[in-house]
Design a protein. Structure first.
Length: 173
C-alpha cells in the first residue's frame, strides 16, 4: 500500500518540519510551494492538496472542520492544537502517522494528530503521565483546560461529546 502524501498548511508550514519529514523519506509539501501561494485560503489549500492526493495537517481546527463538512470528499485532514506540540513531538507523531497509515486510509477522514503521539519529549509543557505505547488511549491535551476538562475518556479515545463532532468523525459514544 502506498504511504500517504502530506501537505502542511500555512499554519503548520515550518521549513524545519518539512525538511525533517523529507529527510525521513516521506512525501511532504508545504504552503507556500510551486502550486500553493502563501496567501492561499484554507479552502484553496484543502482543494489543491486533495487534487494532488494529499492529506493535510493544520492547527486551524474550526475552519477545517467546517470545510470537511462542505467538502466531504477531501483528501484527509489531520488536526492538532498548536500550543500542545513542540517541533520534536510534531516530527515524531507525523513520522509515525506517515509510517503506520496508507494513502487509502485518509480520503474523507478527519483525525487528531494525538492519535500518533507515542511519547513526550523533555521540555514538553503537558501535565499528566506520558502516553503508554500500545494502549490506544493517548492524551489529547492538558487536564486543566476547562474547554476539555469534562470530556474525560471520550476525548482520550477519540470520541467526542459534541453531536456535531460525533457526526463529523463518525464516533459513537
Amino acid at each position: 500500500m502506498p504511504s500517504p502524501r502530506l501537505h502542511l498548511d500555512a499554519d503548520v508550514s515550518l521549513r524545519t518540519l518539512h525538511k525533517a519529514l523529507l529527510d525521513r523519506g516521506h512525501d511532504v509539501t508545504r504552503t507556500p510551494c510551486a502550486w500553493m501561494p502563501m496567501d492561499a485560503s484554507d479552502e484553496q489549500q484543502l482543494l489543491q492538496a486533495t487534487a494532488r492526493g494529499c492529506c493535510m495537517l493544520t492547527f486551524n481546527i474550526g475552519d477545517f472542520m467546517r470545510l470537511a463538512q462542505i467538502y466531504p470528499a477531501h483528501g484527509g485532514i489531520i488536526l492538532a492544537h498548536q500550543r500542545e506540540w513542540t517541533l520534536a513531538t510534531l516530527i515524531g507523531a507525523l513520522d509515525s502517522l506517515l509510517t503506520q497509515t496508507s494513502a487509502s486510509d485518509w480520503p474523507g477522514h478527519v483525525r487528531w494528530l494525538n492519535d500518533w503521539r507515542l511519547t513526550r519529549s523533555p521540555g514538553d509543557d503537558h501535565d499528566g503521565p506520558s502516553a503508554v505505547a500500545g494502549t490506544g488511549i493517548l492524551p489529547l491535551g492538558r487536564g486543566h483546560d476547562p474547554a476539555r476538562a469534562g470530556r474525560g475518556r471520550r476525548l482520550q479515545t477519540g470520541c467526542f461529546s459534541s453531536p456535531f463532532l460525533q457526526a463529523l468523525v463518525g464516533c459513537v459514544g
